[in-house]
Design a protein around this ligand. Structure first.
Ligand code: HEC
Ligand code: HEC
Ligand code: HEC
Ligand code: HEC
Ligand code: HEC
Ligand code: HEC
Ligand code: HEC
Ligand code: HEC
Ligand code: HEC
Length: 432
């Protein structure tokens, strides 16, 4: 032993004796946990776990350091409590973590005492993931349980501070997946996080608090983290976008995309950086259809027709909106056609969904329904504006009549006043 280590040890001993004193004083108040008490009085990486542990769900349920690290929590003696003969394991190697956690988490009897409905298949699932398979093969750069859940301050997964909460998970995965150095030896991109943060899904989740929008694990699974199989990507999206998957799976694309090994929705929408769709995906320079269909093919023609139909309905609804807004601003009663516009917009949404049948006729139906509504609401708006004009004209006529009457009255009064007055005959002055 070097002198430096001995000095270090004696300092630690002083700390531990103090810890033991605190412990003895605290004995009547709390269940004894020598590991926690002694480590609270240490420094650096030996102290941190003890301080963090107050936020840990395992601490809340009465577990101790010794439940993971082994040893004897009842002994205040350092040698005794951290004795390998008493099962003390010391620092836990990365490769050994999943089995350690699973000692309890795969034990239904134990877990269900605390949470009767809780799953106990985390290890089994984990072993099917790319992470689990690589770890089993000796690659410790992959995620193990504590990379996702943290360690010593493990929180309930529903807690907003948990690193696996949907709003925090992207950053948790990004610690490795956006770190080019960490991922250098693998042949995969490190852009998933950046792309996802620009997506409609992250926007719905983070800006609108819509917890039904997917975070990383909604598509990849919590523990069975593999990229969705090519053939199942349409079903991953379809777990939430049911109508779209229904139409797509009956469309002419489903069998051809499957046989090309192309991944359903992802072919047109991408996977991580999904942006807000528009008709620019059908026609124009950014059309996705043009990747595979030239303008003269059946597919190209259908794309142009669907794009034109949707654009026509959109424009018609916008025109009606403008007319109705003008009428409303003029104080006209148009609440009924304004309500009908909502129905018209629903047809526009239906048309955009119907695109996924990839047949013009399917889009045509809601477009025609919507156009009929738009024509009606526009007429109602124009009628209201016409009535407004009539009323204005009527108001103008009555104003002019009033002005003329007033003028007449004024003239009459002037005439009366201008008539010469008779001089008073008694010679008294006018001033009274
Ligand atoms: C009286 C004080 C004291 C008690 C009690 C104590 N420890 Fe420690 N522990 C230390 C000190 C000092 C070190 C650093 C020196 C060493 O590694 O031996 C340490 C180191 C550790 C380490 C890190 C080992 C490594 O290889 O890096 C772990 C893990 C640990 N203790 C867990 C526990 C657990 C679990 C218990 C209870 C069963 C416990 N300790 C009880 C003082 C204590
Ligand atoms: C739920 C299981 C669990 C509990 C409970 C637990 N630990 Fe740990 N601890 C671990 C794991 C796993 C690691 C390895 C972490 C890693 O690989 O980064 C670890 C690492 C450590 C280390 C090494 C830290 C380092 O950076 O070198 C110390 C010291 C330690 N724990 C002490 C404690 C103390 C003290 C307690 C009680 C206050 C405790 N642990 C409670 C699982 C646990
Ligand atoms: C790749 C990240 C990741 C890894 C690795 C991981 N988990 Fe999880 N874990 C999650 C996510 C995400 C959730 C679900 C969060 C939610 O429901 O919002 C979760 C949920 C849990 C839950 C709550 C019950 C459940 O199954 O939903 C437990 C318990 C759990 N994990 C334990 C473990 C254990 C034990 C391991 C190691 C064998 C592990 N986790 C490995 C990300 C991970
Ligand atoms: C000594 C048994 C034991 C060990 C070892 C253990 N846990 Fe737990 N853990 C529990 C119990 C019991 C619960 C409470 C029941 C529950 O919430 O699932 C729990 C809860 C959890 C939760 C909260 C789940 C929820 O309800 O949201 C997570 C996450 C978790 N543990 C992760 C881990 C990880 C990661 C490890 C390994 C580093 C680990 N546990 C080791 C017993 C243990
Ligand atoms: C501790 C670092 C780390 C964390 C945290 C992590 N991963 Fe990984 N992940 C890896 C490594 C390393 C690989 C192996 C890459 C390979 O084999 O191509 C991998 C592989 C994957 C793969 C398979 C990629 C492929 O095509 O082979 C997916 C999918 C994945 N991770 C998703 C996630 C998700 C989702 C999260 C967060 C819930 C996450 N990972 C958290 C390190 C991590
Ligand atoms: C909307 C669903 C969805 C979400 C959300 C999602 N992914 Fe993916 N991810 C996929 C699909 C689908 C693939 C497979 C790509 C393919 O086959 O074209 C994939 C592939 C991957 C891969 C393999 C390498 C690659 O880029 O192809 C990794 C790693 C990955 N995702 C990590 C993440 C991380 C980290 C997050 C969160 C920041 C995340 N994913 C969010 C659907 C999703
Ligand atoms: C966990 C559920 C879920 C999964 C899985 C999912 N999404 Fe979403 N998606 C949503 C939610 C919620 C929104 C936001 C809805 C909104 O804006 O009205 C959304 C929005 C979208 C939008 C934008 C819609 C719009 O009108 O702006 C597109 C496009 C989209 N998702 C495509 C996909 C694709 C492609 C996949 C598969 C790779 C997928 N989604 C997987 C839930 C999901
Ligand atoms: C062959 C290309 C293609 C495929 C495959 C595809 N989409 Fe689309 N998707 C489009 C186009 C084009 C639009 C935009 C229509 C418009 O706004 O005019 C769109 C729009 C959407 C919208 C937004 C609808 C709205 O209300 O604005 C969602 C959500 C969506 N798609 C989800 C999916 C899902 C889920 C799948 C897989 C089941 C899928 N898409 C497959 C081309 C495709
Ligand atoms: C990845 C390539 C690819 C993309 C992108 C794609 N298609 Fe297709 N599409 C095909 C293939 C292959 C077929 C089947 C062979 C054929 O009939 O040309 C097909 C068939 C069709 C058909 C049926 C044609 C017929 O002969 O009955 C229509 C309609 C169609 N696509 C429309 C579209 C529209 C609209 C888009 C854009 C939203 C689009 N496709 C995007 C590859 C693609």
């Amino acid at each position: 032993m070097t002198t430096q280590m001995r000095r270090h040890d004696s300092r630690l001993w002083a700390g531990c004796r103090f810890g033991a004193l605190v412990l003895i004083l605290a004995l009547p108040l709390a269940a004894k946990d020598s590991c926690l008490e002694c480590h609270k009085g240490l420094e650096g990486n030996l102290q941190k776990p003890a301080l963090a542990f107050q936020d840990d769900i395992h601490a809340h349920f009465g577990f101790s350091c010794a439940d993971c690290h082994g040893g004897d929590r009842n002994s205040n003696d350092m040698e005794e409590s951290m004795n390998r003969a008493r099962g003390f394991t010391g620092k836990i190697a990365r490769g050994a973590v999943p089995k350690l956690c699973a000692r309890c988490h795969s034990d239904a009897t134990l877990i269900h005492k605390f949470k009767p409905q809780q799953r106990v298949d985390q290890l089994a699932q984990y072993q099917t993931s790319v992470h689990g398979k690589r770890l089993a093969a000796g690659d410790t750069a992959v995620a193990n349980c504590v990379d996702c859940h943290s360690v010593h301050n493990i929180r309930e997964v529903k807690n907003a501070l948990s690193p696996v909460h949907p709003l925090r998970l992207p950053e948790t995965c990004a610690r490795c997946h956006a770190d080019a150095k960490h991922m250098a030896k693998y042949k995969i991109e490190t852009n998933q996080f950046a792309q996802y943060r620009g997506s409609v899904h992250w926007e719905a989740l983070s800006k609108r608090g819509d917890l039904s929008a997917p975070s990383c694990a909604s598509c990849h699974g919590n523990h069975g983290a593999t990229p969705p199989q090519v053939a199942s990507v349409a079903s991953v999206c379809g777990t939430c976008h049911v109508l779209f998957e229904d139409l797509y799976s009956k469309s002419p694309h489903k069998p051809v995309f499957d046989s090309m090994g192309a991944a359903g929705c992802v072919v047109c929408h991408g996977n991580h950086g999904i942006s807000k769709p528009s008709s620019a995906m059908l026609v124009g320079a950014k059309a996705v259809c043009a990747q595979c269909h030239d303008a003269t093919s059946a597919g190209g023609a259908a794309a142009a027709e669907m794009g034109a139909l949707i654009a026509k309905l959109d424009a018609a609804l916008n025109r009606s909106d403008a007319v109705l807004a003008q009428a409303q601003n003029s104080g006209m009663e148009v609440s009924e056609p304004v309500l009908q516009q909502i129905e018209g917009r629903e047809n526009l949404i239906k048309a955009r969904v119907a695109v996924h049948a990839f047949q013009t006729a399917a889009v045509n139906k809601p477009v025609q329904d919507g156009l009929a509504i738009a024509a009606g609401t526009r007429k109602a708006g124009e009628d209201a504006l016409q009535e407004r004009d009539w009323r204005r004209a009527g108001l103008g006529v009555s104003l002019i009549t009033i002005v003329i009457t007033l003028l007449g009255l004024w003239l009459a009064i002037r005439l009366l006043e201008a008539r010469p007055r008779r001089e008073p005959s008694d010679g008294r002055s006018d001033a009274v």
